[in-house]
Design a protein around this ligand. Structure first.
Ligand code: FCB
Length: 473
């Protein structure tokens, strides 16, 4: 059933299974600010954002949403919205300013205080250990292209787990290793901004190895039964024409399989081109077993599917982009889809299909949507409110896709909207707003958007309401 068919038919709220958790997500560099406070070391995003030409408008995360100081306000917002869980990330350079060596107690104290503020309000803390802010010194010593970074990460993970193991509800080792490897080391759009195929393939492996090594350490330190998982960004790949199944299989292997297969099956995909797949001597005996060690849940970040076709890139056609490292292949936006302010296709069916694919691939593995959301051109209206109908619609459609998948029996246990707050959107700086809460970057004031009220309604009722009458039928 297509979304529009579905939209016309459902007249009753669609409930989530009992215990389903609706939450919101953020990441340290994107919200914290306080870049030089309390002993924090420099991260690759500090260096990158301070390099002219790398981030729109020269924006940096120096102050961002000032959540380092305003975390109590953020916790109060989560509580006001009735959200059950908060996914935030821990900044490695706050904990170990030099990557290795000295532990900065003030960094640990900060996250203890964040977690306490959440627990006081009965909000489950879900901590991501790596959301892209690698200590700069570790990058200088080879970054993710070096195996030693994976080892240093596992040590850092152990330190954080010792300090917060009894209070954090769930742990996520890594956020989107695909983006770190490809944007950070292949296309250079993200920190550290390298364009190096060999380093990118090595980074791919070391990020996953870091997950595997950290998993081992966390299992030793955390109280038994504490759930640990990894978050992958996954993109259903769709053909732009008949007869290109091979291309679709290759792009799927490179985009999704290089991460899913090692984690779920302990192997790299065969359909990917050789230079995209890490091999010996980077991959050592025993690595894939470690990467493949059991996880308690898989975190899925979903924004949009990827349509691909053979052909030359036409920069004048909106939504078209060359596939990095894939001459003669373009990704594009087929007509008939709405697109967000990022230019990303709006396609909730992609999420529905993806959840089914994962449930088929690893039956019974608990799934969480750890990010989903959209950028929109939000502004403070004259009534003092922020009306964001595009985001309300986007979230309504995607929450509906989740509720349908869960009703079919997919073991989906929760959904985190990206993001609680408008924040530093990486290379786009503050230009792209993803929050369900608006941040006025002149004074860091927070204003609840209409979409936050919508998410609050879903959280309160445990169900996705029918679609509004005025939507096209
Ligand atoms: C994801 C990132 C997250 C945010 C969203 C829009 O790739 O994990 O930090 O930037 O995209």
């Amino acid at each position: 059933m297509s979304t529009s068919d579905h939209a016309t038919r459902r007249t009753e709220p669609l409930p989530f299974p009992a215990g389903f958790r609706v939450g919101a997500a953020t990441a340290s560099y994107q919200i914290e600010g306080a870049a030089a406070e309390d002993g924090r070391g420099v991260s690759i995003w500090d260096t990158f954002s301070h390099t002219p030409g790398k981030v729109r408008g020269g924006d940096t995360g120096d102050v961002a949403c000032d959540s380092y100081h305003r975390y109590r306000d953020d916790a109060a917002l989560l509580a006001e919205l009735g959200l059950a869980s908060y996914r935030f990330s821990i900044s490695w350079p706050r904990i170990r300013p030099d990557g290795r060596g000295t532990v900065n107690q003030k960094g640990l104290d900060h996250y203890k205080a964040v977690v306490e503020a959440l627990l006081e309000r009965s909000i489950e803390p879900v901590a991501t250990l790596y959301h892209w802010d690698l200590p700069q010194v570790v990058e200088d010593e080879g970054g993710w292209a070096a195996r030693s970074t994976a080892e240093a990460f596992a040590e850092y993970a152990g330190i954080v787990a010792e300090a917060l193991g009894d209070v954090v509800g769930k742990w996520i080792t890594m956020n989107e290793p695909q983006v770190s490897a490809n944007h950070g080391y292949r296309t250079g759009e993200h920190a550290p901004g390298l364009r190096d195929e060999v380093k990118a393939a090595a980074a791919n492996h070391h990020l996953l190895l870091a997950h595997g090594l950290a998993l081992e350490v966390l299992r030793g330190v955390l109280p038994g039964g504490t759930p640990v998982g990894i978050t992958l960004d996954l993109h259903p790949v769709r053909p732009g024409a008949d007869g290109i199944e091979e291309l679709v299989a290759m792009v799927d292997a490179e985009q999704n399989g290089c991460y899913l297969e090692p984690v779920l099956h302990g192997r790299y995909p065969t359909a990917a081109r050789p230079h995209m797949v890490p091999g010996a001597p980077v991959v050592r005996d025993g690595d894939l077993e470690r990467i493949h060690a059991p996880i308690d849940f898989l975190g899925v970040n979903y924004y949009s599917p990827l349509y691909v076709r053979y052909g030359a890139w036409n920069a004048l056609v909106g939504g078209e982009a060359p596939r990095p490292g894939h001459p003669g292949v373009v990704s594009y936006a087929p007509p008939g889809f709405e697109r967000t302010a990022m230019g990303w296709l709006v396609d909730p069916e992609g999420l529905y299909e993806l959840l089914h694919r994962l449930a088929d691939e690893r039956p019974g593995l608990p799934l969480y949507v750890t990010e989903n959301g959209c950028a929109a051109e939000d502004y403070l209206a004259t009534d003092g409110q922020v009306h964001d109908p595009e985001r309300v619609k986007y979230l309504h459609l995607h929450l509906d896709a989740c509720a349908r998948a869960a009703a079919d029996g997919v073991p989906l246990h929760g959904y985190f909207v990206w993001s609680l707050l408008d924040n530093f959107e990486w290379a786009w700086g503050f230009q792209k707003r993803f929050g369900i809460v608006f941040v006025d970057f002149s004074d860091r004031r927070r204003v609840v958007k209409d979409s936050a009220r919508f998410v609050a309604q879903v959280a309160a009722t445990g169900a996705v309401p029918p679609f509004p009458e005025h939507w096209p039928r």
